[in-house]
Ligand binder design. Sequence first.
Ligand SMILES: *Cc1c(COP(=O)(O)O)cnc(C)c1O
Length: 635
Amino acid sequence: MKDWNLEKAKELYGLSTWGNGYFDVNEKGNVIVAPYGPQNEHVDLLELTEDLQERGIRCPMLIRFPDIIKERIRLINTCFQKAMESMDYKGTYQGVYPIKVNQQKHLIDEVVRVGNEFHLGLECGSKPELLVVLAKTEDPQALILCNGFKDQEYIETAILSRKLGKNTIVVVERLEELDLIIKACKKFDAKPKIGLRAKLQSKASGRWVDSGGARSKFGLTTSEIFRAFEILKKENIVDCLDLIHFHIGSQIPNIKTIKNSLKEGAQVYSELCRLGANPTYLDVGGGLGVDYDGSSSTDSSVNYSVQEYANDVVSIIQGVCEEKSVRTPNIVTEAGRALVAHHSLLIFDVLGLNKVEKVDAPPAVDKNEHKVLLELKYIYETLDVQNVNEYFHDLMDLHENSLQLFTFGLLSLAEKAKIEQYFWSIATRMLDLTRGEDDHVDLYEELKILLSDTYFCNFSVFQSLPDSWAVGHMFPVIPIHRLNEKPEQEATLVDLTCDSDGKIAKFIDVETGEAQNTLSVHPFIKDKPYYLGVFLVGAYQEILGDLHNLFGDTDAVHVSINEQGYTVDDVVEGDTVGEVLSYVQYNLEELVQQVRRAAEGSILEGQMTKAEARTLMRYYQEGLAGYTYLEEPEA
Ligand SMILES: *Cc1c(COP(=O)(O)O)cnc(C)c1O
């Protein structure tokens, strides 16, 4: 294929943009995962997928690469170090990972392990998260930040943890929490570290903006901050105020928004300093975005790099502090998405497809047949590049009219069938005529969608890509193999659920930066596996996923990459059918009993043989122990 090569494949699927160097293509046409860049150790994703299947891990599968987390943590830390050195910043940088982004035990273990070197801390936003964080942090320098709405128990647990030698800071989100904190201090004779979360007026842009602005759920308004400070003074514990915090939302696409909020937040910090406070930390929250589509222009993308982000954070804080002649704080970020989004990907197989009926030669029509058919025949015979636009509209009108005629009983089923065949063969010819024609770009796109296939895929959007369904977030989706072959087919992807929303119908068009409705794929070959990968799914997707249609957690594996190739470190088996059923309160024994009783009844009535009943019971019990997704039949 002369007009196709690996470079073209990388361009088409945007690998070189959103891939960030972590993903590339090898000469076999397979995607590779390269945490340290394609020149260093990497793994062939197709080989890995097949190898994992041999070990009994099933599609759909989530593959996590802890090496990528390590690289992300290192990246953000080096960017801040560089920024601080070049600006001669007096103060340090410390990251905190908000565990709500992905709380899976194995992932938290990794984050803590590789974050140790950088004193990376953990942030919790609820009581259950607090209990995780208290157990998992070991480094006495790493911060534990307690956010979210709090009751007395939450606050007392957090304050007592200081006596375990933990570096816990309770961040006040509502003024009432300050009273609870003061009470707890008296009760335990403790000196807590207190943070104040400011509700900024600067509003974010992008998809997740409601964490900021005057009407946001969290944080203290300017007058509340002022009141809080008065209370601290009255209680004689101003020295407990250790951190000022703000967070304006997740996945901020535009650096300008970030800069505006930083200016406002740094003013809050320095004004408090001028009032006599001396907080060690200024915590600028999360929001550091991930480039999911390579466009630098949509809400799924970013128009800045991590280095640019670090430079702006450091220089703006430094600028404001110099202006106000106050001490520069140690800087804390709560980047979550930016640390873990890249590290995991979902692999699923295509089960089959629904093709529109592409008929090369339409059926014969004689002159006594229905007028609609005669008109279609005329279009078919006189269609050319000059009239294709006009004829396209005629074709769509005729198609709609034929439906009305059929509904009123004025068309026979045979006539309707012929009309359908004409419709698809004309549309197919129109697609051929407009391909590569500059004057017909829009029409070509419309036809491509009209004639696209539907690929049935072995996964659930609701379980594995909830943000794709809920907020139209775009994730890169690409075939993980056959990339040396030109993908000439357009397809939409539908999942296993019986829900019309269970699909991916928005893909990245790297050239225009806009969403398109279909994905370029390779022809599906029966009995040959065709694997698609959804990338950058490490943040938020796992925990937001739900059990729609009772599709449960997928199998998940941790793969680390080394000089010998790779090792499979952890396997977390997905939900069994039985587990999923017990989540919705079914008692498995009772279910088995009920079916067994029905089978016994059928044996008595002579409807079923004993052998059939035995087979049915075996399937039933194996089904309960099995995967919720479709499985290959046992050989
Ligand atoms: C969710 C959240 C974060 C993480 O935001 P990202 O955009 O994932 O970096 C940080 N801080 C707070 C307070 C949050 O609620």
